[in-house]
Design a binder for this molecule. Structure first.
Ligand SMILES: [Cu+2]
Length: 476
């Protein structure tokens, strides 16, 4: 039986079906990571990919999926799966209204399907789980970039193998810019800093150990592909793009002195106004942009970015060090308003959707008690209309957490168990956290020119692989 079949039938060796609270007690740390002096390596910032061809309306890119090695821990070469040999993949910078073509050639030994997370794209370019690029083949994805500026990310989405593929490196950022965001004069260039944060289980030789659903062992947190890196910052403001690209690790991020950050964007782009905060909670696949003002620190100050979900005594709490250099100057003043958001209208349909572990067939992650079937459409939605979704996590036994991602659209999160959510996680969202015991209400408007079949699924990718995924069909 091949590995993908093992995953499919839930018999992958060592599969640990542990609720989070229990898993935390089993915390261990790889001996190799423990030997590395913290913050002894420099943060890497993935380079921006250049188009190989451009017309007046479109940029053409190509990326090869290849096996390579990465330096995650100093002195060790970790085998990884990559876009163009880079871990994480190169960043693509697109512009609203200007189309992009990305030709992907699969030089791996397994099929892939590349999804642009958070993007409003045609179904044939969505990276559907069964729309495989088989080994040796190529596919060109076409993205219209018709949506507002946002921090999106691309990653493998092929059915069953997406979890291990992304874990081994198949992801990267895709940033859309637009005139409206440019006009805000946000920190740019070296002061526009993307941080892709993810969990990993590093073995004795620095290798990435993948065991399906093994949350408990993935205790090393990598930032832009490095373990506990350090980054020199000037005494000024930075636009920091935080992306939780973990398979299974929720993050609650803050600066080690608990000082203020200003959140300016969520998954799908700018908030309506700046939101001061001291913490940003991001579950797998969620993003947020914050402006951090380092001018308040004296040159020489060292400051940590921490994940407070890891307790104070845990060595995986501090994930990145900022080292402040002088001189200090703050140049950006947050405006009262960032962007006016569309009125999502009045819902014409209400749906109840349950993300829950099912004990049937030996146990699996289900949506409404069902596993993923690429031939089944859960429901049809009418393009241009608005729906009210009650997304429930009714798991009262194992308390598994989930984060739900809906392809194609940005939605508005209204409330959790009746309590309105904060502005920082309301709109625009494409992924929402669904802790056990919560019912999350959200408005979803299918405001898109496209029709066809699109998945919605848990973005704890180990859960999606087995098989917490379903699909809807957008009809005219
Ligand atoms: Cu899940």
């Amino acid at each position: 039986m091949q590995r993908r079949d093992l995953i499919r039938y839930g018999m992958a060796a060592g599969a640990a079906l542990l609720p989070m609270g229990f898993a935390a007690n089993l915390w261990t740390r790889s001996a190799q990571a423990e030997q590395v002096a913290p913050f002894s390596t420099r943060l890497r910032v993935p380079r921006v990919l250049s188009p190989y061809f451009s017309t007046s309306t479109e940029d053409y890119y190509k990326m090869d999926l290849v096996e390579s090695t990465a330096s995650i821990l100093p002195g060790l070469k970790t085998p990884v799966l990559t876009f163009n040999g880079q871990f994480p993949g190169p960043t693509i910078r697109a512009r609203r209204g200007r189309a992009t073509r990305v030709k992907i050639t699969n030089r791996l030994t397994t099929p892939t399907s590349i999804h642009l997370h958070g993007a409003d794209v045609p179904a044939e370019s969505d990276g559907h789980p069964t729309d495989e690029i088989v080994p040796g083949a190529s596919k060109t994805y076409r993205y219209g970039n018709i949506q507002p500026a946002a921090t999106l990310w691309y990653h493998d989405h092929v059915h069953h193998l997406e979890s291990e593929h992304v874990y081994r490196g198949l992801s990267g950022l895709y940033l859309i810019d637009d005139d409206e965001t440019d006009a805000l004069g946000l920190p740019s260039g070296a002061y526009d800093l993307p941080l892709q944060i993810r969990d990993a289980h590093l073995g004795p030789a620095g290798e990435l150990v993948y065991t399906w659903n093994d949350f408990a062992s993935r205790t090393s947190v990598l930032v832009n592909g490095g373990f506990q890196p350090t980054h020199e910052v000037r005494g000024t403001q930075y636009r920091i793009r935080l992306a939780n690209v973990s398979n299974t690790r929720p993050l609650r991020l803050r600066l080690s002195d608990a000082s203020e950050m200003v959140q300016i964007a969520s998954d799908g782009g700018l908030l309506s106004r700046p939101v001061p905060c001291t913490e940003v909670e991001l579950w797998p696949a969620e993003r947020a942009e914050v402006v951090v003002d380092f001018s308040r620190y004296a040159a020489g100050t060292k400051l940590m970015l921490e994940n407070v979900f890891a307790g104070p005594s845990r060595p995986d709490r501090q994930i990145l060090q900022f080292e402040v250099t002088g001189p200090a100057a703050a140049t950006w003043t947050p405006p009262a308003l960032l962007r006016s958001h569309p009125d999502l209208g009045t819902p014409i349909v209400t749906r109840n959707i349950d993300f829950v572990w099912s004990e049937a067939n030996g146990g699996f992650y289900s949506i409404d008690g069902q596993g993923y079937d690429p031939h089944r459409v859960q429901f049809q939605v009418r393009r241009g209309t608005t729906e009210l979704w009650h997304v429930n996590n009714s798991d009262a036994v194992r308390n598994f957490p989930h984060s739900m991602h809906v392809h194609l659209v940005q939605f508005r999160v209204l409330d959790r168990n009746g309590v309105p959510v904060g502005e920082g996680e309301a709109y625009p969202k494409d992924t929402v956290r669904i802790p056990a015991g919560q019912n999350v209400r959200m408005l979803v408007k299918f405001d898109t020119p496209y029709t066809g079949i699109y998945p919605f699924h848990c973005h704890f990718l180990d859960h999606a692989a087995h098989s917490m995924m379903a699909q809807l069909e957008v009809v005219p």
